[in-house]
Design a protein around this ligand. Structure first.
Ligand SMILES: Cc1cc2nc3c(=O)[nH]c(=O)nc-3n(C[C@H](O)[C@H](O)[C@H](O)COP(=O)(O)OP(=O)(O)OC[C@H]3O[C@@H](n4cnc5c(N)ncnc54)[C@H](O)[C@@H]3O)c2cc1C
Length: 375
């Protein structure tokens, strides 16, 4: 007998865990299927920290969505009685007149987001881990910080379980098809029927939904954790998360949390496209040297011995914006993918939107920018 559910969610990572939890909270009989463990290090939602802040320097249109995301993270924290969002403040910095600083300042002004402008000397005095060149300027947002992505996924799954969801890890979805009364999903272990299908398969979204195959591009990223030479300067209370544009490229970073190291990573200028099933998960010595070079120049007090290196994937759409939509022609198939290097902070609201699409067929939130037919 094929088991039947109101909704089946493919992929229980950052977005899928939120979707399963929100669906279960609304009384939907939901099955979540995950090919790896919960949580795991093979996709996009591992590495202990993800930046959250009101303004995306590069994408001001996301400000209304982020307000709701903050609310929903706080609700999740209350429901599991655990701190998931660590407020540290956030910095956007670059040379005056260009890049992250100007974009963030413009976005804060446009959206009336509280912020402060600091020059490099004021920044270093207030947050001594920062030793940026004197021509650098920074935007400080006090309510920026980071989420613990693995803890968020575990919390969403706990919430989903508490509301009766069924979640099965280590069960890869092989394929799915639309049927007269919904969808049929075939996995390595069985076949399930559902009224609705939600695809939150991250870097594998293109392999799961034909309409996304030529739209979404998975890319490899490397994160580094270095032992700080002055640990007190890199503690969550003294070191805001950052995005910094330098001649070496675009970098982001975090205070020491959970791993004994100052964590940071680089967003390469050119895409490093990968096949998620073939990608090497092992960082190279060259990648380590590139990352260390940045820390030695811009955060020398944080550039002690390497503690950890990890690879991760982001998934980009052609315009860099998310895909959050119901498939044209398949009104009971919903997709949330292409979350680039900015998506995790929105997972709490993405779960809500997906539950809206399944239960009501629409969402109150403005989703035009995320429609699939824009490509
Ligand atoms: C290095 C790095 C730094 C980042 N920094 C930030 C940041 O600071 N702030 C921020 O907001 N965002 C950041 N991001 C982006 C953010 O982490 C991602 O946008 C987000 O995690 C994507 O979530 P997801 O649910 O789409 O993917 P995932 O969490 O990877 O979930 C997809 C899930 O689907 C499962 N799956 C796939 N195919 C199948 C199948 N056939 N059957 C069953 N299961 C399947 C996968 O195993 C996986 O668990 C960063 C990303 C990276 C890589």
């Amino acid at each position: 007998m094929t088991e039947r559910y109101d909704a089946i969610v493919v992929g229980v990572g950052g977005m899928g865990s939120a979707a399963v939890a929100d669906l279960a909270a609304r009384g939907v009989d939901v099955l979540g299927l995950e090919r790896y463990d919960i949580p795991h290090e093979m996709g996009s939602s591992h590495g202990n920290s993800r930046i959250i802040r009101r303004v995306q320097a590069e994408r001001p249109a996301y400000v209304p969505l982020i307000d709701r995301a903050y609310e929903r993270w706080h609700e999740l924290e209350e429901s599991v009685d655990e701190r998931l969002l660590h407020r540290t403040g956030s910095i956007h910095a670059s040379r005056a007149g260009e890049g992250a600083f100007e974009d963030a300042r413009a976005a804060c002004l446009e959206h009336d987001v509280e912020h402060e402008v600091l020059d490099a000397a004021a920044l270093a005095e207030r947050f001594p881990g920062y030793e940026l060149p004197e021509e650098y300027m920074a935007v400080h947002q006090a309510d920026g910080g980071f989420l613990d992505p693995e803890a968020c996924i575990v919390a969403q799954v706990a919430r989903a379980h508490a509301n009766g969801a069924e979640i099965r890890a280590r069960e890869r979805v092989l394929d799915w098809r639309a049927t007269a009364d919904g969808v049929r999903v075939r996995t390595e272990k069985g076949t399930y029927a559902g009224d609705d299908l939600v695809v939150t398969a991250g870097a594998w979204a293109g392999a799961t939904v034909p309409a996304l195959r030529d739209v979404l591009v998975p890319e490899r990223r490397v994160m580094a954790w270095l032992q700080p030479r002055h640990p007190s300067r890199f503690a969550p209370g003294t070191f805001p998360v950052f995005t910094v544009d330098t001649p070496r490229g675009h970098y982001y970073g975090f205070p020491v949390y959970d791993v004994p190291g100052f964590k940071f990573g680089r967003s390469p200028r050119l895409p490093e496209v990968v096949d998620p099933d073939e990608m090497s998960r092992e960082p190279t010595i060259q990648e380590e040297e590139l990352l260390r070079g940045f820390a030695e120049e811009y955060f020398p007090a944080g550039a002690g011995p390497t503690m950890r290196l990890k690879t991760c994937m982001i998934t980009n759409s052609p315009d860099g914006d998310f895909v959050l939509d119901t498939l044209g022609g398949d009104e009971n198939v919903h997709v949330a993918a292409g979350f680039s290097g900015n998506g995790f902070k929105f997972a709490s609201v993405v779960g809500e939107v997906l539950a809206d699409l399944v239960v009501d067929g629409e969402s109150d939130l403005q989703l035009d920018a995320f429609s699939l037919d824009r490509f």
